[in-house]
Design a protein around this ligand. Structure first.
Ligand SMILES: *Cc1c(COP(=O)(O)O)cnc(C)c1O
Length: 414
């Protein structure tokens, strides 16, 4: 018996749901790569990425996933034997550090937890102690997708400044760009990376690096540079060099459409949508947690991200629960990863998501908890509904509440 036929809901924190408009924009023949329309697509994508990162710096597009952007970030700015400090809050900053070690960098991890955000005071203290200036870069993620911690990126910048330390500040915004504010220049970020397949609603396969003045200056002397990732190669006169070879055309068409959709909605509205839908999820989890078997992974409420929520499951097998949600109900939730393998599940609320997708997902979580006999407070979905009605009051809908009485015009072919 299954209730899953119909549209599957993908509620994993990447790749995320790709809008039909983005899929359609990709469904076209390949085109010439040396001249014509593709060159304009490249220029506009590089420019619009700067609008999303909020930087006057340079942007680079790689035919790669997020790990590729990590390697690009390190290899373009650092030299063999340089030390980097990773600020953990889950899986991903340490993983970036592991890559750094394999590239010949010396890696130091600031003591960290999956349950708390990075403590800016600890960063300041560690950097103050580095009187010899050995640390060349500080690596942190804005949202850790495993733990669902959101870090306070401007506060960490203030800590670096308070220590008077010159290290490059590098931020992984892979699970956050396009879901919450990110102000590369205003927050003093020297280098930022992201990928196509999370907040940017594009299929996996592209990643992006934004480099500010200090990162570009470091590039001049970095000895880890290799041809494929090298910014100088990519700044060459030929369009072909922007990708170090054949451009990933179809992904670029998709990205172009996805960014058009983000700008059409308006980034502040996109962030507000994420905030409200994330809070709906948290309201539901808080009620379920009253049953004693579930809890928020992230301890402090203000450190819970607006793109994903990690829920700890105590004394019950997440695998059986996840299988029920997927195979019976058609909702694919995220598994626990890293230290939370086998101990948690994750509800993504990132990218192309709306109220019915979130309410449907939360409804299936509650159904699955009931079906598997996992103790939980009743009424999580109701709490989410109540929150949405409060957060999106009828009076604020275009035209005021009165406007709600007018049915929308039928779309062509409807
Ligand atoms: C997904 C993710 C990555 C890794 O990206 P890939 O595209 O899988 O290589 C890195 N950092 C964060 C914060 C992520 O969420």
């Amino acid at each position: 018996m299954t209730l899953r036929n119909g549209r599957e809901f993908l509620a994993i924190p990447g790749p995320t749901t790709v809008p039909d408009e983005v899929l359609q924009a990709m469904h076209r023949p390949a085109i010439e790569i040396y001249a014509g329309a593709l060159l304009d697509v490249t220029t506009s994508c590089l420019d619009d990425l700067r609008r999303i990162f909020r930087t006057e710096g340079r942007t680079y597009i790689y035919a790669a996933n997020g790990h590729g952007a990590w390697e690009a970030a390190l290899s373009n700015t650092l030299s063999r034997g340089d030390k980097v400090l990773t600020l953990g809050s889950g899986l991903f900053a340490p993983a970036w550090g592991e890559m750094a070690a394999s590239q010949g960098l010396v890696v130091e991890e600031l003591p960290a937890s999956y349950r708390h955000a990075v403590d800016p005071a600890a960063v300041e203290a560690r950097l103050r102690a580095d009187t010899a200036g050995e640390i060349k870069a500080v690596l942190v993620v804005q949202v850790d997708t495993a733990s669902s911690v959101v870090n306070d990126i401007p506060a960490i910048r203030r800590a670096i400044d308070a220590a008077g330390h010159p290290a490059l500040y590098m931020v992984d915004a892979i699970a956050s760009l396009g879901t919450m504010p990110f102000e590369m220049d205003a927050w003093g970020i020297d280098l930022a990376v992201t990928g196509s397949q999370k907040g940017l609603m594009t299929p996996p396969g592209l990643s992006f690096v934004a480099a500010g003045k200090r990162a570009l200056a470091a590039h001049e002397t970095a000895d880890l540079r290799t041809f494929y990732w090298d910014w100088t190669q990519r700044e060459g006169p030929r369009h072909y060099q922007k990708y170090c070879g054949t451009p990933p055309e179809h992904l670029l068409f998709g990205l172009r459409k996805a960014m058009d959709m983000l700008f059409e909605e308006g980034l502040p509205a996109v962030f507000e949508r994420h905030r409200i839908l994330a809070e709906a999820t948290r309201r539901a989890v808080a009620v379920w947690a009253e049953g004693g078997a579930l809890s928020f992974n992230v301890v402090e409420a203000e450190a819970r991200a607006n793109s994903v929520t990690t829920v700890l499951l105590d004394g019950h097998d997440p695998a059986a629960f996840l299988t029920y949600a997927d195979k019976v109900c058609g909702v694919v939730l995220g598994i626990g990863i890293g230290d939370l393998t086998g101990k948690a599940f994750r509800i993504a609320h990132m990218g192309h998501v709306n109220a019915p997708m979130i309410l449907g997902t939360l409804g299936v979580v509650e159904t699955s908890l009931s079906a598997l006999g996992i103790p939980h407070g009743k009424g999580g979905v109701q709490a989410a509904v109540d929150w949405l009605a409060e957060a999106a009051p009828a009076a604020e809908v275009a035209g005021g509440a009165g406007g709600l009485g007018t049915p929308r015009a039928a779309a062509p072919g409807e």
